[in-house]
Structure formats: C-alpha cells, structure tokens
Design a protein around this ligand. Structure first.
Ligand SMILES: *[C@@H]1O[C@H](CO)[C@@H](O)[C@H](O)[C@H]1NC(C)=O
Ligand SMILES: *[C@@H]1O[C@H](CO)[C@@H](O)[C@H](O)[C@H]1NC(C)=O
Ligand SMILES: *[C@@H]1O[C@H](CO)[C@@H](O)[C@H](O)[C@H]1NC(C)=O
Ligand SMILES: *[C@@H]1O[C@H](CO)[C@@H](O)[C@H](O)[C@H]1NC(C)=O
Ligand SMILES: *[C@@H]1O[C@H](CO)[C@@H](O)[C@H](O)[C@H]1NC(C)=O
Ligand SMILES: *[C@@H]1O[C@H](CO)[C@@H](O)[C@H](O)[C@H]1NC(C)=O
Ligand SMILES: *[C@@H]1O[C@H](CO)[C@@H](O)[C@H](O)[C@H]1NC(C)=O
Ligand SMILES: *[C@@H]1O[C@H](CO)[C@@H](O)[C@H](O)[C@H]1NC(C)=O
Ligand SMILES: *[C@@H]1O[C@H](CO)[C@@H](O)[C@H](O)[C@H]1NC(C)=O
Length: 299
C-alpha cells in the first residue's frame, strides 16, 4: 500500500511539473497599479531629501501589510561602489539602462498581499514577494516616470528574503520565481536558503512545489483521511467478496460430500446389508424413507 501511495504522489508531482511549465500569474493590471502607487509615494518621500540615503515610504492605510523603502543614487556612485540597501546588494560595475544621471531604487515587501496578487501554478510562495524597481530620478517632479533596468558586469544583484523559512527538506526543490511584467514566470535556482540572484529589476519570490508542503503538512491530514477511507472501503469490499466465495465453496464442498456419502450409503446398502452391521440397518432405511437429497442444500 505504501508503494502505491508513493507511485500516486510521483504521478501528482509529474503532472504538477507539466502544469508549471506554461504558467502565468494573475492580475497584471492590479499589480501595475500598486507599483505606481508605491512609486508615487516613493517620489514623495524623496522630495527635499538627500541622495544616497534610504528612506522608509509611508504607504496609504489601505495598503497596510506592505512595506517599502527608497534610495536615490547617482549612476557614477552605483558604478563605482554599488549599493547595499534593505534586502539588496547591487555589486559595483552596475549601470542603469537606459543611462540616467540619477536613479531611484524602490524596495517593496508585499507581505500578506503577496499570495493574493502573485501565484505560480503548482507552487506555493515561501515568504513575501519582493519588488526591486528602478526609475529615472529626473522624472520625480513630473507625473511621468521612466522605468529602468540594470546591466550588471560580473556578479548579479542579490536579494535576500526576510521571512523566508523554507519548509523542512525542501532545500532542493525551492526555486526563485521571477515575475515578468508580461505575466510569465521564470523559475530559477536558489542561491542559498533565502537569496535569489537577478540581473534585472522586477518582482521576485521563493516558491516550493505544492507536494512538498501542502500534501504532507497542511492539506495532508484531510488527504490522508480520504485516502484511508478509500482503503477501508476497498479492503472491506474485498474481504466481503472473499468471505462470500469461501462460504459458497464451503457449502458446495459440504453438499458434494453429503451427496457422495449418500451415494456411498445407497451403494453399500444395495450391495451388502450384512456388511454394514446391525445398528446401521434401521438408520439406512430412515434416510431412504426421507427425501434428504432434495433438501440437501439446506444446512
Ligand atoms: C492563481 O492564478 C490563476 C490564473 O491566473 C487564478 O485563476 C487563480 O485564482 C490564482 N490563485 C490565487 C490563489 O490567487
Ligand atoms: C485583480 O485585482 C483587482 C483589484 O484588486 C480585482 O478587482 C480583480 O478581481 C483581480 N482579478 C483577478 C483575476 O484576480
Ligand atoms: C486605496 O485607497 C485609494 C483612495 O484613497 C484608492 O484609490 C485605491 O484604489 C485603494 N487601493 C486599494 C488597493 O484598495
Ligand atoms: C494585511 O494585514 C493587515 C494588518 O496587518 C491588514 O490590515 C490587511 O487587510 C491585510 N491585507 C491583506 C491583503 O490580507
Ligand atoms: C522622463 O525622463 C526621460 C529620460 O530622462 C525623458 O525622456 C522624459 O521626457 C521624461 N519625462 C518627463 C515627463 O519629463
Ligand atoms: C501630477 O498629477 C497630479 C494629479 O494627478 C496633479 O495635481 C499635479 O499637478 C501633477 N504634477 C505635475 C508636475 O504635472
Ligand atoms: C566588465 O568588467 C571588466 C573587468 O572588471 C571590464 O574589463 C569590462 O570592460 C567591463 N564591461 C563592461 C561592459 O563594462
Ligand atoms: C515575457 O517576457 C520575458 C522577458 O522579457 C520573455 O522572455 C518572455 O518570452 C515573454 N513571454 C511572453 C508570453 O510574451
Ligand atoms: C539546506 O540548506 C541549508 C542552508 O543552505 C544547508 O545547511 C543544508 O545542508 C541543506 N540541506 C540539504 C538537505 O540540502
């Protein structure tokens, strides 16, 4: 039974793998809208503030649960020294694309909003979605902004996830999900237990396949119960069928035996009455006088 269960979960794993290869995440317009809300608040936070200092962004009350911070940088400084802020480490030798003199880097932690806005087919988010976005600082005073990407020379940008505690034993299955603006998701290898590497801006999360967590931990109990119910039902059915067969066979054998015995009795009676003995004689006549053969089926 254990082997059958193992086989079942392998099948499940396989089908989930197939599903995940064409995945997409939902609600692009809603996440775009939230990105721009956070960007606008980031630019507000930077007004009359210093370049090179990280500021916490105060978000509207209806976004509680999310956190964000912002840093304005000179491109020359980014190229020479790189930057480390909140969860990012941007190595030296990084440039903004297209090139701008000063840029704004925004960090978003989607917190409890992550799962409602981002999902990966067949996977479960571990910890929050982290947004790593960059804009042209020159546009800060106007209402139109330019999104930037990065070009890294050498090592990539690392993002460490704050609350990402991998479920036990999911080291090898955990992946870095990268949510593209067009709605597709890439799954890449994880750098260490809570670090993802990237060469571009975007939204990121650590994910584990559903089988690793839900099936053994969260939904496991309900699944197990159902599974046992099936086993009990099938097992009960088999036992009932077997006992029916056994009873039928037992009856048949008994009937055959009795028929044989009766036949033998008749034969021996017909052949030699003396051979049987004194006490046998009256009982034999009794058997003969009653229609035992016809009622032989009843016990
Ligand atoms: C995940 O995405 C799919 C497809 O966009 C959507 O139908 C589904 O409701 C989403 N699930 C959650 C939990 O948001
Ligand atoms: C996307 O988000 C908007 C706003 O939060 C919501 O009204 C809409 O139902 C969501 N759509 C999907 C498919 O989740
Ligand atoms: C938050 O409230 C503002 C108005 O104050 C509204 O425009 C916006 O859509 C709200 N956002 C969400 C995610 O509910
Ligand atoms: C996230 O948690 C905050 C409280 O910490 C709550 O006000 C908010 O509604 C939650 N948001 C979602 C999308 O669950
Ligand atoms: C924003 O910046 C880009 C590049 O610096 C520039 O091409 C664009 O015109 C600016 N937009 C506004 C509204 O200033
Ligand atoms: C930006 O847009 C707001 C309204 O959305 C407007 O009040 C403000 O004047 C605009 N700022 C600029 C510089 O255009
Ligand atoms: C990348 O770095 C190497 C050495 O650090 C340098 O020789 C090369 O020109 C750089 N490439 C770019 C595109 O900046
Ligand atoms: C989405 O964008 C990524 C990166 O730009 C690209 O690799 C991928 O092919 C795009 N997918 C679709 C369906 O356009
Ligand atoms: C899981 O990851 C941790 C930290 O990266 C490591 O110490 C541990 O050996 C890993 N376990 C397995 C089974 O790979």
């Amino acid at each position: 039974m254990d082997r059958r269960r193992c086989w079942f979960s392998k099948l499940l794993l396989f089908s989930c793998f197939l599903l995940s290869s064409g995945q997409s995440w939902s609600n692009i317009s809603a996440t775009d809208m939230l990105d721009s809300v956070i960007r606008d608040h980031a630019f507000q936070a930077l007004e009359r503030h210093r370049t090179g200092v990280v500021y916490h962004i105060s978000l509207p009350a209806n976004l509680s649960g999310m956190t964000a911070s912002v840093l304005r940088l000179r491109s020359s400084s980014l190229w020479r020294k790189g930057a480390s802020f909140t969860a990012f480490h941007i190595p030296p030798g990084t440039t903004a694309v297209p090139f701008v003199r000063r840029l704004v880097v925004v960090y978003q932690d989607w917190g409890n909003w992550s799962a409602s806005y981002y999902n990966v087919t067949g996977h479960k988010l571990v910890g929050p979605v982290i947004g790593f976005l960059a804009y042209d600082a020159f546009n800060a005073s106007s209402n139109t902004t330019m999104d930037l990407d990065f070009r890294v020379n050498g090592s990539a940008v690392s993002i460490s996830f704050p609350g990402a505690a991998l479920p036990k034993g999911s080291n090898s299955t955990a992946k870095c999900a990268r949510f593209w603006p067009n709605g597709t998701v890439d799954l890449g290898d994880i750098e260490s237990s809570n670090v993802c590497m990237t060469r571009s801006t975007g939204h990121f999360a650590i994910v584990v396949p559903l089988e690793d967590t839900d099936h053994s931990l969260v939904m496991g109990k309900r699944k197990e119960k159902k599974w046992w119910l099936w086993v009990a039902a099938i097992g009960g059915g088999v036992v009932a069928l077997l006992s029916l067969i056994v009873v039928a066979m037992f009856k048949l054998v008994k009937k055959r035996k009795r028929e044989q015995m009766v036949r033998q009795a008749e034969e021996s009676e017909a052949l030699e009455a003396i051979w049987i003995g004194r006490s046998r004689m009256p009982s034999a006549t009794m058997i003969r006088s009653q229609p035992v053969l016809e009622n032989g089926g009843a016990p």
